[in-house]
Write a protein that binds this ligand. Structure first.
Ligand SMILES: NC(=O)c1ccc[n+]([C@@H]2O[C@H](COP(=O)([O-])OP(=O)(O)OC[C@H]3O[C@@H](n4cnc5c(N)ncnc54)[C@H](O)[C@@H]3O)[C@@H](O)[C@H]2O)c1
Length: 359
């Protein structure tokens, strides 16, 4: 698997996903030089530096917004682009500058680095490239503890299996989604014009240990942490009933996919995949609460706020059919396992994580 890789750069490599991919790649291919670059903007990313060092991953403190921060290397085979401001709320009520500069301009700098080195790239995009109004117009049914996708739909690319790559792409999608989609557009040009092997993974919710969850990003970690440390939570929007649904993919399953992709970059070149936990691993907030109660043996108060949050959607479930077919991959770890792993990690590192996850 990916044995011919000499040097790999993981941008955002001290983040939740970047660190797991960097460490997993190094463990799988010990001969490969793996470099993690990160500006440590995300609170808690610094806690990953010890893990990276112990795992044999080199760390470079750098910012993808600054092309001069990207390392000059004799050889670079693959860039895994995981750096981003990953919040769908980024820019609401404030400046769009950071999210545009990091997610889009930073991605262009990574593409340029790939072009100069003739390197391959795996780009971590998002399900949020699909526009808000289109996602909100998916026909839903209301079941006791969750929304469900109705059997009959007027839009293409949506079925009981979830959202596929042919779901419509026209409309506003948040600055987060727009910067990722703009980067995807440029990626298609770099693939075509410069013959680069680039794969785009449009990820749904990814979760697991070492996710520094906060209110606007990393919901599974945040929800589990509240159950461990105590405190309160709120079901926000959609009548405050907690019926909104997301599928969740364990970060270990994403690593398994990325390892498969690294071994087949030429074959997969130019592919765009929806990647997520899929319908079997989808949970509503009410069901997430239940999983957290089971994993921590704790019940906490949960309030209701009926006002919908900006950028929110009632449901997102990934249809993995294309990526399963192309990469012979599917998720292995259930939502229950994700929450159990998160709870174990927080209990094991309770004091260290307290200022981050219980701030
Ligand atoms: N976690 C998810 O559920 C999810 C879902 C879909 C897509 N993604 C994408 O996956 C990638 C990784 O997300 P994550 O969950 O690990 O988030 P994360 O915040 O944990 O990791 C991102 C890392 O990028 C770093 N960073 C931010 N701006 C930077 C810059 N300008 N230069 C260098 N480093 C910078 C941060 O310090 C952080 O360590 C992102 O591109 C995100 O959009 C994540």
């Amino acid at each position: 698997m990916a044995t011919s890789l000499n040097t790999v750069l993981v941008t955002g490599g001290a983040g939740f996903i970047g660190a797991r991919l960097a460490l997993g790649l190094k463990e799988t291919c010990p001969e490969t030089r793996v470099i993690a670059l990160d500006n440590l903007k995300r609170r808690g990313s610094g806690l990953n530096l010890g893990r990276l060092r112990r795992g044999g991953v080199e760390f470079v403190h750098g910012d993808v917004r600054m092309p001069e921060d990207l390392p000059v290397l004799d050889r670079l085979d693959l860039i895994i682009e995981c750096s981003a401001e990953p919040s769908v709320l980024a820019g609401y009520g404030g400046s769009p500058r950071y999210v545009i500069d990091s997610n889009l301009v930073g991605a262009v700098h990574c593409l340029e680095l790939a072009r100069r080195n003739n390197a391959a790239m795996i780009f971590l995009s998002t399900s949020r490239v699909y526009p808000l109004e289109k996602l909100r117009s998916i026909a839903l049914e209301e079941a006791p503890g969750r929304f469900e996708i109705a059997p009959t739909q007027s839009l293409p690319g949506i079925s009981r299996a979830g959202i596929a790559e042919d779901f419509p792409l026209d409309g506003a999608r948040s600055l987060y989604g727009a910067t990722k989609y703009a980067a995807e557009t440029l990626i298609a040009e770099y693939v075509d014009m410069y013959d680069l092997d680039i794969v785009v993974n449009r990820c749904g919710v990814i979760a697991g240990p070492w996710q520094m969850g906060r209110v606007d990003q990393g919901i599974a970690a945040l929800w589990t942490a509240r159950h461990v440390y105590g405190g309160a939570l709120t079901y926000i929007g959609y009548q405050g009933t907690g019926k909104q649904v997301r599928d969740m993919l364990h970060v270990d399953d994403l690593l398994a996919l990325v390892l498969r992709q690294t071994a087949a970059m030429a074959e997969l070149r130019g592919s765009v995949f929806n990647v997520g936990g899929g319908a079997e691993n989808s949970v509503s907030l009410v069901e997430l609460t239940e999983l957290c109660c089971q994993a921590t043996n704790t019940v906490i108060p949960i309030g209701a706020d009926t006002e919908n949050r900006q950028g929110d959607i009632p449901l997102y479930i990934t249809d993995n059919a294309r990526v399963t077919e192309a990469c012979d991959w599917q998720p292995e770890k259930s939502a229950a396992v994700i929450i159990e792993d998160l709870a174990r990690w927080i209990y094991d590192n309770r004091d260290m994580l307290q200022p981050i996850l219980n701030a």
